[in-house]
Design a binder for this molecule. Sequence first.
Ligand SMILES: NC(=O)c1ccc[n+]([C@@H]2O[C@H](COP(=O)([O-])OP(=O)(O)OC[C@H]3O[C@@H](n4cnc5c(N)ncnc54)[C@H](OP(=O)(O)O)[C@@H]3O)[C@@H](O)[C@H]2O)c1
Length: 218
Amino acid sequence: MKIAILGGTGSIGEGFALRWAEKHEILLCSREIDKAVSSAGKYTETLLNKGFFCCGITGCKNETAIGDADVVVLSVPYQGVIALLKDLRPYFRDQIVISLVVPMKKNKWFEYTPPKQGSAALEIKEILPETTKVVSAYHNVSAKKLASLEKILDYDVVVCGDDEGAKRTVMELTREIKSLRPLDGGGLASSYMIESLTPFLINLAIRNGLSDLGVKFV
Ligand SMILES: NC(=O)c1ccc[n+]([C@@H]2O[C@H](COP(=O)([O-])OP(=O)(O)OC[C@H]3O[C@@H](n4cnc5c(N)ncnc54)[C@H](OP(=O)(O)O)[C@@H]3O)[C@@H](O)[C@H]2O)c1
């Protein structure tokens, strides 16, 4: 598959590129082509130095990659993603769009700040063409652990979406990342529950002197 990672130059985008490049062609996207090319080169070098196979990580501008992709990952902060997607809307057709976006702010502690639609995923679905398939996942996965290829990610990933085929594809992509277990979280309307866990996990980590907390259902 061709996977475009919008904002792939940032914290969690790196981990997805490194983890999926073994089986998929990665379009590593940025608002700035030079930044995209430089990150793509750096990630490729990391994989090759560690002895991993790499199908190819190509640096692209956000808008150039979308039309070519089967799956588009939205790896951009909530504060920027809505305006970005309004601009990029014409480039979307029927891709699977993965939202890991968490709207939150920090006062004394981190707080979930959903839009009026109820969640980032539902707001994103409203902006994109109806033919795209928005799936919500990975909100509770640590960027640091995802990018550390030697780390075992003993987390569950709750996947929410209204298109069953798209949800299955994202669950399969999740299984390809060693030790991540995908769980079907129902329709996109359930996304707010899993988005809201992220600020809670960050607060838990701060209060208890822990790091990289995730979710595991036992
Ligand atoms: N970090 C985590 O552990 C983690 C875990 C789970 C979910 N998430 C979610 O994943 C998403 C990305 O998080 P992150 O920590 O990777 O973010 P980040 O490193 O702060 O930013 C990711 C990339 O987004 C692009 N970007 C930043 N501001 C933008 C704006 N105003 N408009 C358009 N693009 C912008 C930048 O790429 P360019 O400058 O190259 O365009 C940046 O490199 C967020 O929605 C977050 O809630 C993060």
